[in-house]
Design a protein around this ligand. Structure first.
Ligand code: NAD
Length: 340
């Protein structure tokens, strides 16, 4: 067993960050956890309610280098896991500057503070979207050495962050690892993203806005499997190395809409076609054989079961999502709802 390490989790009040903090408390109860979040519209301290007594929470911005340095020093942090980001593709089309500020400059400030603090590991959480898109009939998936070809402001800002993380490894020897993960689903996802948006619309008798490109596909992974993958990389991953995290399970926006309506017992007519987001990627698919081969990680949650359970979670927790609807920065009518 590894000795206790103090783990700093940024973006801890967001969807994946909060799931990760709960996961870590459960799996590594001896590790002190410091949760950092700027509490943007997407950050919600409620997401950490179940573990709030067991962790330290700091309301802070990763782009504030001196503050990050102070937190790292004060809590003698060993490991940083960086989830903090602006994550909504549709918002990035309307307001790209905030994406480059947090995702690129914020990550660099956190890297610099981590370098000065001499931490043991900096793990950076990234996305399949940095590689650009794949043709619907492509037979090859993206692997860890595929060229970066981001096509949207969100993707470009995540790509910039990844480059900064690698540069800190090459230039300063900071012990970094990276994961690029497929589309996550699970509880506590902000209701601007496709699955909670569809469920919460359906439950309110509103239409599900399905893109004209309804057959564009995404690779889906349950957030718990993503958390387990990061755990595997933190314990066995090689500094400087990147690991893809996917399931090879693809589903179209249309299939997600159908699944939501089926699980809730609602008619297929509760769907409307909306225009595509500019620069909308057709498809992403990761080759995740490295993490399987080197670290023995495998996805465990079957797609349909996990999706249906998640749909029921939103159905059963209206008190969680109802207050968030008014916080959405992109008007529902102009929503291009996907992201992550
Ligand atoms: P999210 O939007 O739900 O959470 C992001 C969190 O970061 C929020 O709590 C927000 O308040 C916080 N934050 C934003 N700017 C900050 C700043 N400057 N300083 C500190 N905190 C700040 O997003 P998510 O879906 O949980 O994504 C988390 C990470 O995982 C992101 O880096 C994202 O790119 C990556 N990722 C997401 C997916 C997905 O499908 N959701 C897939 C692959 C990778």
């Amino acid at each position: 067993a590894t000795p206790p390490r103090t783990v700093l989790v940024t973006g801890a009040a967001g969807f994946i960050g909060a799931n990760f903090v709960r996961y870590w408390r459960d799996r590594h109860p001896d590790d002190p956890v410091v949760a950092v979040d700027a509490l943007t519209y997407a950050g919600n301290e409620e997401n950490l309610a179940a573990v709030r007594e067991d962790i330290v929470f700091a309301h802070a911005d990763i782009a504030d280098g001196p503050r990050m340095a102070e937190i790292l020093r004060e809590h003698r942090v060993n490991v940083v896991v960086n989830f903090a980001a602006e994550s909504h593709n549709s918002l990035a089309v309307l307001d790209p500057a905030r994406f480059f500020r947090t995702n690129v400059l914020g990550t660099q400030q956190l890297l610099e503070a981590s370098r000065q603090a001499g931490i043991e590991r900096f793990h950076h959480v990234s996305t399949c979207e940095v590689y650009g898109d794949l043709a619907l009939d492509a037979t090859e998936a993206f692997h860890e050495d595929s060229p970066y070809r981001p096509r949207t402001p969100y993707n470009a800002s995540k790509a910039g962050a990844d480059h900064a993380v690698r540069a800190y490894h090459e230039t300063y020897g900071l012990p970094v690892t990276l994961t690029n993960c497929a589309n996550n689903y699970g509880p506590y996802q902000f209701p601007e993203k496709v699955l909670p948006l569809f469920v919460t619309n359906a439950l309110r008798g509103k239409q599900l806005p399905v893109y004209a490109s309804r057959h564009h596909r995404r690779e889906w992974i349950h957030v718990d499997d993503h958390c387990r993958a990061i755990d595997a990389v933190l314990s066995g991953g090689v500094p400087g190395r990147t690991y893809h995290v996917g399931t090879a399970k693809e589903a179209s926006v249309q299939e997600i809409a159908d699944l939501v309506l089926d699980e809730l017992g609602l008619p297929a007519s509760l769907q409307t076609t909306v225009a595509d987001r500019p620069g909308h990627d057709r498809r992403y698919l990761l080759d995740s054989s490295r993490i399987e081969r080197e670290l023995g990680w495998r996805p465990t949650v079957p797609f349909e079961e996990g999706m249906r359970e998640t749909i029921r979670w939103y159905r059963d927790h209206p008190q969680w999502w109802k207050p968030l609807l008014d916080r959405r920065p992109v008007a529902e009518e102009s929503v291009w709802q996907e992201g992550g």
